[in-house]
Design a binder for this molecule. Structure first.
Ligand code: ZN
Length: 265
């Protein structure tokens, strides 16, 4: 059918009849699009794009993720006040008793705050044809909400869209730690397991995506532990007399120089 003839026929009989006539003419050689199918837009890397509806959901989830990561930064702030004991307790619960990585953990949460708002461009729908890891293809399972590898896009599975915005947010935070720092899933899913890992090994907990996720969630749930910005600006004055100590279990100032010369005593 020539284009002008096709156009004339389309005008004459309307779209549906036109499509049916065209399909008859073309036979069954072409795959037919299912009714109501959405035209999937494709990224420059060949992966499917999120739909506008999905982008809207993701934007809300990322907003929550930023709030949670910000709470973590504030809870790790270098302040010397009445919440210090409780904040240290929270840190030890998720990252272990060894505090030498505390400053690094805070820096990493700061990076999450900076990178989360732009993360939407690195999110794609799960592609079931894609192999996940050395074990082979992981199907789009109920308890696999998202997955990624270092420097890769984050794939969102079908079940991701059924989560609450809060859980979507912490899931994206978790995945971003994999993408940025190649963190592990060593503890496996579950808060008890992540805490157990922290008890076993601080370095392992400081490199586990679940520990970042649960620490941030706990910090966000405890607004009293989040140091207020104006407090951060009040830098402790160097007194020249560091010997007496404050009676607190740990001196935050020592973190800056990574010096533990005064720890014993
Ligand atoms: Zn993970």
């Amino acid at each position: 059918m020539s284009p002008p003839a096709a156009l004339a026929l389309q005008r004459a009989v309307g779209n549906r009849a036109f499509t049916a006539a065209l399909q008859r003419e073309q036979g069954s050689s072409r795959p037919r699009q299912s009714p109501g199918a959405v035209v999937q837009r494709v990224r420059t890397d060949g992966r499917a794009e999120l739909t506008p509806e999905q982008l809207q959901i993701v934007t809300q989830a990322l907003r929550h993720a930023v709030a949670v990561a910000e709470a973590a930064v504030q809870t790790l702030a270098l302040t010397d006040d009445e919440t210090e004991d409780a904040r240290l307790e929270l840190y030890r619960y998720w990252f272990g008793s060894n505090l030498f990585m505390m400053k690094e953990v805070r820096r990493k949460f700061g990076q999450l705050v900076a990178e989360l708002p732009g993360l939407a461009t690195h999110l794609v729908p799960y592609d079931p044809t894609e192999a996940v890891d050395a074990k082979g293809t992981v199907a789009d399972q109920e308890f696999v909400w998202a997955w990624t590898r270092q420097n890769e896009v984050i794939r969102l599975t079908t079940s991701f869209w059924g989560l609450t915005p809060e859980r979507q947010g912490t899931t994206l935070l978790h995945e971003l730690t994999h993408r940025l720092w190649d963190t592990t899933d060593e503890s496996k899913f579950g808060e008890d397991r992540a805490h157990e890992l922290a008890c076993l090994s601080s370095p392992a907990a400081c490199n586990c995506a679940y520990n970042f996720e649960y620490y941030a969630k706990s910090a966000h749930a405890n607004p009293a532990l989040q140091a207020r910005p104006e407090r951060n600006e009040v830098a402790p004055e160097p007194t020249g007399d560091q010997s007496s100590g404050s009676g607190l279990p740990f001196d935050f100032d020592l973190l800056d120089g990574m010096s533990f010369a005064d720890e014993e005593g």
